[in-house]
Design a protein around this ligand. Structure first.
Ligand code: L34
Length: 292
């Protein structure tokens, strides 16, 4: 038996269509949702992700404005840029693509952002609301994973979901979404990380396994329970001279080895990545509605 493929490209396109309809309604009442994207420096991966986000904006009718300060801008100038965007009534959502150069404190930048425009859901106010089950902007990658699971035909209620990775961008918001009360949550959640003892013993208990480690091919066949749903959040560039671009993308899961065992699996590329982009569209349309 081979795992069903959960196609993030197809599901993301479905979500973009839904956002497009919402944006059409907003435009009828004179509001064009607008995302201000800030890309510092020129990391090739970040450039490609931001390009995908702007392309999605075009498709759904969201206006996007790109700010590209040089990698050596000061933390203070960056805070000033964010403040300007906070005060610009035409801007509904602010995206500061991470990572930032080392001399800039990411938390300081995130905290300078208006929580109402924090379409990444990274501001402590939005994360705090998430923890206690209040409505908030949910981080795009975790929110996209929830959509992948449900629209892929699976549920989380009562399931044991094991998350590998405790980042502020994925692991921590993900656990907080999944443990909430509610039809799209109600899971039993285990969060594993680099100090976890006997990791395979825990991952093998997962009905749904979420791999967000940031290490290529980390999850092997022995770590997966037969029939489990495997969500691969990793997106690693591996040197490879076969494709002309000189690299290929692999996830945190050894796809070839795990596919025969899992019940369902997300590919890389074409899994979680496009969902992150689609959920940013959802959050931006929502920010524009909230500003009415
Ligand atoms: N502020 N920083 C902020 N918000 C985010 O939500 C992110 N993330 C992560 C990195 N930094 C961030 C993203 O945007 C990861 N990420 C992201 C976004 C898009 C894609 C992957 C990661 C994506 O489009 N992936 C495609 C392939 C892209 C390629 O060819 O390089 C895919 O099919 O997986």
């Amino acid at each position: 038996m081979s795992a069903k493929l959960i196609d993030g490209k197809v599901i993301a396109a479905e979500i973009r269509q839904e956002v497009k309809a919402q944006v059409t309604e907003l435009k009828k009442i004179g509001v064009t949702p607008c995302l201000a994207a800030v890309l510092v420096g020129d990391d090739p991966a970040s450039r490609s992700y931001v390009a995908n986000k702007r392309k999605a904006c075009d498709e759904v009718g969201i206006q996007s404005v790109l700010h590209r300060p040089p990698a050596d801008l000061s933390e203070q100038s960056m805070v000033e840029l964010i403040r300007e965007l906070n005060h610009d009534p035409n801007v509904h959502g602010i995206l500061v693509q991470l990572p930032l150069p080392r001399h800039i404190d990411e938390l300081k930048i995130i905290e300078s952002m208006s929580p109402q425009k924090d379409v990444d859901g990274f501001h402590p106010i939005n994360l705090g609301k998430l923890v206690i089950g209040l409505d908030s902007f949910k981080s795009c990658t975790p929110a996209g994973i929830v959509e992948l699971i449900f629209r892929g035909g699976y549920t989380t209620e009562g399931k044991h979901i094991v998350i590998v990775g405790r980042s502020n961008i994925v692991g921590k918001p993900m656990m907080n979404i999944l443990v909430q009360k509610g039809r799209q949550a109600n899971a039993t959640v285990t969060v594993c990380h680099s100090r976890t003892q006997d990791l395979p013993a825990l991952t093998r208990q997962a009905d749904i396994l979420i791999a967000a480690i940031g290490q290529p091919l980390f999850v092997t066949a022995e770590m997966v329970k037969p029939g489990a749903v495997v969500i691969d959040v990793g997106i690693n560039r591996i040197e490879d001279n076969t494709p002309a671009k000189g690299y290929k993308l692999v996830g945190d899961v050894d796809f070839e080895a795990v596919q025969p065992i899992a019940g369902a699996i997300t590919p890389v590329p074409g899994g979680v990545g496009p969902m992150t982009v689609a959920m940013l569209m959802v959050n931006t349309a929502r920010a524009a509605k909230m500003a009415l």
